[in-house]
Design a protein around this ligand. Structure first.
Ligand SMILES: Nc1ncnc2c1ncn2[C@@H]1O[C@H](COP(=O)(O)OP(=O)(O)O)[C@@H](O)[C@H]1O
Ligand SMILES: [Mg+2]
Length: 575
């Protein structure tokens, strides 16, 4: 065995950081295995090379690792396997399929046990696309197999340089992923193409012809997002908020309701049970877009409680690489990372062990550039066949105490296009989703009229001021006109910004319905009211609010807009 690997010897152990002396050359970020006395092979990554010594970050517990233990260097960078069968999978940060591992080793995982990410036995119904004689490049389509509701493209491996002429091609049929489906030559050598290829996770896949500016809305069906703080297909957004504010619930809603093809969930659990919960619940969620199960077009990357911090870092890169793979097929992918603060903490721990000069709050000085390069892997691209594909990234950030001035939130704020501030106060008041309408912002275009949104935002701001003032002077001391402003702002909040995530109808507010409802809302906001007193005003708004809420819970496909319009118009007229 040792002949095929470069080897080294452990010279020191500091938590998950293992120092190794070696004789030959070692590559930065290459994968190595530390071999324990019990013959366990612990996967690790070279994170620093200093002369004839390398520092390895081990993805497993290093208990029992001793000075003198052997290390094998693999010569390859930390990579993922790409091919049909990724959808529906639950992986850990190193792309080990968790259910299979769990079967082999019981929850949670045994150290040093790795399983191939893609099933080697499963047969896929293959259809060739390329012909003998075609000249192709990396990322071009060779054939397709159906996966879930898509045609999964089998492509020329992304790492192949230059042009390749197809010399042989297999016909239609059912094959496993390692079957050679085509052969190709570049004039110097002939290579096999199978349905599976590998790609290093820290290197972006760039087999597209052009990056485009994200401007089309990604409809999430969450009103406060789509109308007030919109997200673009191929854009980036973050959901910072204190513990318990609703970040995870919001991300689940986004995974279920967003108008995208593929969902990738990168879960770094904050509570111990959270990851188990995801594993238990996710496979049973309905998919309102297809009538099937959401898991059919989802990949989950989970950090298990037995895995040390290093695996958290890997899971971020693994998930975005899988997203790039599906984008390359012309699909729209939503990547939800929960929570990027856990990732940053892993970086901080590693950096501490490496005794690097710390930046703010002991995070590494390069935190900002790592955060930026993660979000940069989002984007809308034009593929060589003219089709578009996109990755939209949403990162949850969980700053201690909800303090947005801390380094991770700050680094994220600098690079994202949309900032959805989750608020403790709103969560406490059960105003869900707890996105704060005054602290959030977006650079992307809304699905409703910008001028009207600006008007609604102004009322929210002024209503808030009146409310603050009322706390001092009381309701009696507040002029009726100001009080009406306050009631209007509460009205917007109650009937539009708040939305019941757990109600089938209210949680799914598509673009058409949002536009319609928003315009109706605006007719109320534009109205000049002439109330005798505050109590009359309050009664009126409460009644109107009830009418709008009824509408929010009514499936409009069954009543239609016309009937709804008649109802609301009558209400407005009656008042
Ligand atoms: N949209 C929502 N509707 C109703 N309850 C919610 C909503 N969002 C959060 N909650 C409540 O708050 C709790 C914490 O939410 P969670 O998303 O886990 O917080 P975080 O991920 O920010 O720590 C949930 O278990 C739920 O009880
Ligand atoms: Mg959470």
């Amino acid at each position: 065995m040792s002949e095929t690997f470069k080897t080294g010897t452990v010279t020191g152990v500091n938590g998950n950081l293992v120092s190794v002396a070696f004789d030959e050359s070692v590559i930065q970020n290459e994968v190595a295995f530390v071999i324990t006395e019990g013959n366990e092979r612990l996967k690790s990554e070279v994170i620093r090379v200093r002369g004839r010594e390398a520092d390895l970050q081990v993805f497993e517990s290093t208990s029992g690792v001793k000075v003198g233990n052997k290390v094998e260097f693999s010569g390859s960078l930390l990579s993922v396997e790409l091919g049909p069968g990724l959808l529906t999978q639950v992986y850990d940060g190193l792309q080990n399929p968790l259910p299979q591992l769990a079967q082999q080793a019981g929850y949670f995982l045994k150290r040093g046990l790795y399983v191939t990410p893609l099933d080697r036995e499963k047969l896929w119904q293959y259809t060739p696309v390329a012909k003998v004689g075609d000249v192709l490049k990396a990322g071009d389509t060779v054939g397709t197999v159906p996966e879930g509701i898509f045609d999964h493209r089998i492509m020329v491996p992304f790492a192949w340089p230059g042009e390749w002429t197809i010399t042989e091609i297999i016909g239609d049929g059912n094959f496993n992923v390692t079957t050679v489906v085509a052969k190709a030559t570049n004039g110097e050598e002939t290579r096999d193409i199978t349905m599976v290829q590998t790609w290093p996770v820290k290197v972006p896949i760039k087999c597209y012809s052009e990056r485009l500016f994200p401007k089309d809305p990604l409809v999430t069906q969450v009103r406060i997002i789509d109308s007030f703080f919109p997200v673009a297909k191929g854009g980036t957004f973050c959901t910072p908020g204190p513990f318990g504010a609703g970040k995870t619930v919001l991300q689940h809603a986004l995974s279920q309701r967003s108008e995208v093809d593929v969902v990738i969930v990168a879960a770094c659990g904050e509570r111990a049970g959270e990851v188990v919960e995801i594993l238990r619940e996710f496979p049973h969620l309905d998919d309102p877009r297809t009538g099937r199960h959401l898991i059919d077009r989802t990949i989950i990357i989970c950090n298990t409680s037995s895995m040390p911090v290093a695996a958290r870092e890997a899971s971020i890169y693994t998930s975005v690489t899988l997203a790039e793979y599906y984008r390359q097929m012309g699909l729209d992918v939503l990547l939800l990372a929960d929570s990027t603060s856990r990732w940053a903490q892993a970086l901080r721990e590693e950096s501490g062990r490496l005794e690097e000069i710390p930046g703010e709050e002991a995070f590494p000085a390069y935190l900002e550039s790592l955060v930026a390069s993660f979000y940069e892997r989002a984007g809308l691209v034009k593929l060589k066949d003219g089709k578009h594909g996109s990755i939209t990234i949403c990162g949850a950030v969980s700053p201690a105490g909800g303090n947005f001035e801390e380094p991770v939130t700050q680094a994220t704020t600098k690079v994202v296009g949309c900032f959805l501030a989750l608020s403790r106060d709103r969560a406490n008041a059960r105003r869900y989703p707890s996105i704060h309408p005054l602290d959030s912002w977006s650079k992307y275009p809304s699905i409703v009229s910008t001028a009207k949104v600006a008007k609604a935002k102004a009322i929210l701001r002024e209503g808030n001021e009146v409310n603050q003032m009322m706390k001092v002077v009381g309701e009696e001391g507040t002029p009726t006109s100001d009080f009406i402003l306050y009631l209007k702002s509460e009205f917007i909040d109650r009937v539009y910004l708040q939305q019941n995530t757990f109600d089938k109808v209210d949680s799914a507010c598509g673009a058409e319905r949002q536009e319609y409802t928003f315009n109706k809302l605006l007719t109320v906001l534009d109205k000049k009211f002439d109330f005798e007193d505050k109590s009359q005003a309050r009664t009126y708004f409460l009644k109107l609010q009830q009418e709008f809420l009824d509408w929010n819970y009514t499936p409009w496909q069954s009543v239609g807009f016309n009937e709804a319009e008649a109802r609301i118009d009558k209400m407005l007229a009656d008042a």
